[in-house]
Design a protein around this ligand. Structure first.
Ligand code: 0X9
Ligand code: ZN
Length: 301
């Protein structure tokens, strides 16, 4: 197909998603969760064994909250493609589980990295009378908002915005998760880079959630499945303990505010945010094994 040997633009991602939905209407549905600052869709795909019934559990996976992290969208689109092409093989995993995918949370930032600045991170919010643009979507969520590892300086790469969930991209995600909070058992926020699996809490050091044992064990199993493909090794922990403290991120919000039991940030491999075109498919395939392992645990809730 070639779709996983290069980096598609926003429009191509949208047509790929609606293409899957029209090819597999019984199993897949396309949905817009809202619009970005510049009016692009925050596009979602629902995948389940029967779109006419509502599964009791949801596995939510999102990517590219940071514009420059191109590989992350590809892995989530690959998951959709691979699941739908082999649905029968995943019947057990999908029993009473809906998979909800948002491969491009920050479409404006993503497009900007294709047209203007390859390493743009934030969204493209503009502020009257200021030349700096953009809010870091992963500092904008309403859990310990602007507490640590975030900034109130508009020009900062980790600018947390004017208030919690102020950004349309953030609030589209929050609205979806709030509405489905009793069904969503897994929240995976896919980023790059570093080969990490982070569980909560990331807002401060030495803050350990009550279910840390389960969070670690499930992450370890997912990491082991990834390793099997070609030996890639992930490090597991809280971002505060192994990378840095940062508050207002989706992982802490999903776990702490919404009570979603399995909440993680995954940092894919890559050389400073970039994965070469010929390597996209391999990262997609190894990550797929990890995604499936995470999803397998949803049926225990
Ligand atoms: O800083 C981030 O938002 C994530 N890393 S990235 O290099 N992709 O920007 C890590 C977020 C980890 N989670 C928390 N700190 N809560
Ligand atoms: Zn990121």
């Amino acid at each position: 197909r070639g779709f996983f040997s290069r980096y598609p633009r926003y429009n191509e991602i949208l047509s790929f998603m609606s293409g899957l939905a029209s090819r597999y209407p019984q199993f897949c549905r396309y949905e817009s969760l809202g619009r970005s600052n510049e009016g692009r869709h925050i596009a979602g795909l629902s995948i389940s064994l029967n779109q006419r019934v509502r599964p009791r559990r949801v596995a939510y996976i999102q990517a590219a909250a940071h514009g420059r992290e191109w590989i992350t969208s590809q892995t989530v689109l690959y998951l959709a493609y691979e699941l739908l092409s082999n649905l029968r093989a995943f019947q057990r995993v999908l029993h009473d589980v809906e998979i909800f995918l948002v491969p491009l949370v920050n479409p404006d930032g993503y497009e900007y990295t294709h047209t203007t600045d390859r390493f743009w991170r934030k969204n493209r919010r503009r502020f009257v009378g200021h030349s700096c643009t953009g809010v870091d979507i992963n500092r904008n969520f309403g859990n310990h908002w602007n507490y640590q590892g975030a900034s109130q300086n508009l020009c900062s790469e980790v600018y947390s915005g004017t208030s919690p969930n102020s950004e349309p991209e953030t609030s589209a995600v929050v609205r979806y998760l709030q509405f489905n909070r009793h069904r969503v058992k897994l929240s995976l926020d896919v980023h790059s880079f570093g080969k990490f699996i982070f569980y909560p809490y990331g807002y401060a050091k030495n803050t350990v959630p009550p279910t840390v044992g389960t969070l670690r064990a499930v992450a370890q199993r997912a990491a082991n499945q990834i390793t099997r493909y070609r030996g890639t090794r992930y490090t597991i922990g809280t971002s505060a303990s192994i990378l840095y403290e940062a508050s207002g991120s989706l992982d802490d919000f999903a776990y702490g505010n919404l009570g979603i039991p399995l909440s993680y940030t995954v940092e894919l491999p890559g050389d400073e945010f970039h994965v070469a075109s010929f390597d996209i498919i391999h990262v997609c395939k190894e990550t797929f094994a990890g995604f499936i392992e995470f999803i397998r645990h949803v049926s225990l809730y």
